[in-house]
Design a protein around this ligand. Sequence first.
Ligand code: CTP
Length: 410
Amino acid sequence: MKVTVGVSGGIAAYKAAELVRALQQQALDVHVVMTEAAVQFVQPLTFASLTGHKVITSLWTAPESSDDNLDSAIEHIEAAQTTDVLVVAPATASILAKFAHGIADDFLTTLYLATTAPVIVAPAMNVNMWQHPATQANLETLASRNVHIVPPDAGYLACGMTGSGRLADTPAIVEAVLGVLHHRNDLAGEIVLITAGGTREALDPVRFLGNRSSGKMGYALAEAAERRGARVILVTAPTALRPPANVEVIPVITTEEMRAAVLGRMDQASVVIKAAAVADYRPLKPADQKMKRSGPLTIELEPTEDILAEAVARRHSGQLIVGFAAETQDAVAHARAKLMRKGADAIVLNDVSREGIGFDSDRNAVTFLTPSTALELPEMAKRDLADRILQEILGLRRPQKVVAESITME
Ligand code: CTP
């Protein structure tokens, strides 16, 4: 498979040589495209020697013959059509801005627009440039167009400052490339059942008990599973979201309706992901008519059924069942206790006390907990996180890792 590594002009450009080697060790055919600025930092000869291929640095090659002119003009189209993935490392603030705005003024930016292959960017820059709202807005735009982002690490930067902005480690970038290349169809032929949103329990004909779940994480999981080739059944409580394309949507409102849908369809599924925030209690006797205001009010509630626990009890062999846990304190301890109590294969822990992520946000950071491991997935767009969570869920089919991996971001 062919990987095109785009190198843009930052001090981390030299690290792209290590990335090229690491990708070659995965038996990938690596080609390199450099921006003019990147050439200031590293010689194209370095990459040409490593890859055995000509390194493209410009849209325009010297017109030694008329054929060369033609070759040069169609080169980016051919490169765009033949590559299986484009990975840009390091991606400078400038290249991210150009990608986000569709500016095609050199070979790399033209290739980006012309390719339909998956694109991965590994940003590296000064911490202030990384945190600048312009850069963050460009990243949001790219994430919304399905560009995979390998976030920078935190640490000492070449500019002398300390903070986020250091190019992610080579293994993290290689993992992203392999993820895109090999996992694209890894759910083909499977049915994945996902619950999303927050269930509602009627108090009277106009009021309900509900929760703050937006459904974004569940919908992102449904989209991600569909992209990997699965047939997806999305059992969704009310949300403001447009249902993902090519997904079977079963709308429900109450916990009981969600329970009936899940228990009715779960036998077909090889993977069940319970991302919904389910009401734990419902009014014992909802009022038939709209309740009138008259002093203090006490409402008697009864517990709802635990759908996840029931699903685990009915699990068929080989079926993976994963829950979510929203916690506000002692998050890991509570989530692990929940995992053990319910008997799921894994639980995705959302620490909802953290500002700016989680409920209703487009971003989130979670911990993927199995009975023996805890993997921190750093803050990222929910659509990227959905893919990482699926990767971990499918990883449960392999013999369990003994050592817990931990990735942390500032
Ligand atoms: N869940 C469920 N049925 C319920 C309550 C929760 O299926 N009646 C599922 C959720 O979809 C989620 C997991 O159980 O996948 C954990 O939900 P959470 O609300 O965090 O846990 P609870 O079991 O309700 O525990 P607590 O409210 O005590 O934290």
